[in-house]
Design a protein around this ligand. Structure first.
Ligand SMILES: Cc1ncc(C[n+]2csc(CCOP(=O)(O)OP(=O)(O)O)c2C)c(N)n1
Ligand SMILES: [Mg+2]
Length: 185
């Protein structure tokens, strides 16, 4: 499965629901797949995507989708335990697991050597987990996650494409105000 095509499929499923995206290729591809007011792109703040999504989930009744990366979550694994402790029923974490730190030169991450982030989430107390390897499995896991209470933790195994997407505009302040304004704040 490739992230760009899977991202487009995810956007088709979620309507107007908010998405928080990991820095680097995840944000670039989300922007190209469908820039929208409810996309909260993170820039540079590695490891904080799911923590920011947790904060959003605790502030709204909407389902909130975090599009995180394996390398970033590995750097801030405590975020998974905090998500379990707070247990927001409306949070859906999707980890694009390419088994590498792609943005900085495709160095192999721990998930290439046996670390299983879905089992880490289970160990932290998150009961609703899934590991998916193709778009059909991802779509069915997402549909379940959209219908049933979470928190959900979905590891999506992906392969990097040879060509990376052009970098999305770097607009942190605009992103913050646009996203807040979409909630009337
Ligand atoms: C604290 C910190 N350390 C290092 C970086 C450099 N950096 C940016 S993206 C990235 C890799 C992220 O890996 P992953 O979350 O797996 O996303 P991928 O690039 O594979 O999509 C790194 C190391 C950073 N931005 N911040
Ligand atoms: Mg990665």
């Amino acid at each position: 499965m490739h992230r760009f095509s899977a991202t487009k499929r995810l956007l088709d499923l979620i309507g107007d629901l908010p998405v928080v995206s990991n820095l680097g290729p995840t944000t670039d591809e989300l922007w190209h797949a469908g820039h929208r007011d409810r996309n909260f792109y993170t820039y540079g703040s590695m490891g904080l995507c799911s923590s920011i999504a947790l904060g959003v989930a605790l502030s709204t009744d909407d389902k909130v989708i975090s599009l995180d990366g394996d390398g970033s979550l590995l750097m801030n694994m405590g975020a998974i335990a905090t998500i379990s402790r707070e247990s927001p029923a409306n949070l859906i974490v999707v980890v694009w697991d390419n088994e590498q730190w792609a943005q900085t030169g495709n160095q192999a991450s721990h998930t290439a050597f046996g670390t299983d982030l879905a089992r880490v989430a289970e160990g932290c107390g998150i009961e609703k987990t899934a590991t998916v390897t193709d778009e059909e499995e991802l779509e069915s896991a997402l549909m379940q996650a959209l219908e049933q209470d979470g928190p959900w933790f979905i590891v999506a195994k992906i392969r990097e494409e040879a060509e990376s997407m052009p970098v999305a505009p770097n607009e942190p302040e605009l992103t913050l105000h646009r996203f807040r304004a979409s909630y009337g704040a």
